[in-house]
Write a protein that binds this ligand. Sequence first.
Ligand SMILES: [Zn+2]
Length: 190
Amino acid sequence: MNMENYKLQGEKLPIVTYPDPVLSAKATPVTEFGPDLNKLIKNMLFTMYHAPGIGLAAPQVGISQRIFVLDVDYEREVITNSEGRDEVRMSGFNPMVFINPIITGTSGTTTYEEGCLSVPGVYEEVKRFQTIHVKYQNLKGEHLELEADDLLSICLQHENDHLDGIVFIERLSNLKKNFYKKKMKKEKGT
Ligand SMILES: [Zn+2]
């Protein structure tokens, strides 16, 4: 599998926003590791890079399965080209794919100002574990594990929450949670 292609080729999938019910559903495990899964992952990575974001879970594109992609390393800059037009340049890609992830260990706590492609315009500090241990499968269905800290750990916890139907605003104080819930519902006219 050539991960390099994933930033360049693919289909931009529509991102669902809160309070779409798919974001509150518990996603189901992946059992088929074939071409359909490959295609979905490729399109999810393309969608994430072009959103742009550092993580994207399948429920965010309306698919209730235990899959997410992330890249906490790539750089993105907007430059003005020789014709005077703005151009987005991305480099240093490190795409990661997590299928059927399970957090099997945690330690410490940290806070980070999080945002979410499904909750546009909201950025709030969320308390997370500092370090986590995660078991997961790759695109081939192979079982792997990883110890993560810093931004990777935070991003993994945020994306893993999506698979359990938890959007990051659910992790805020009741006051903030209710404020954003009302705001998002009002904006969507629901
Ligand atoms: Zn999110």
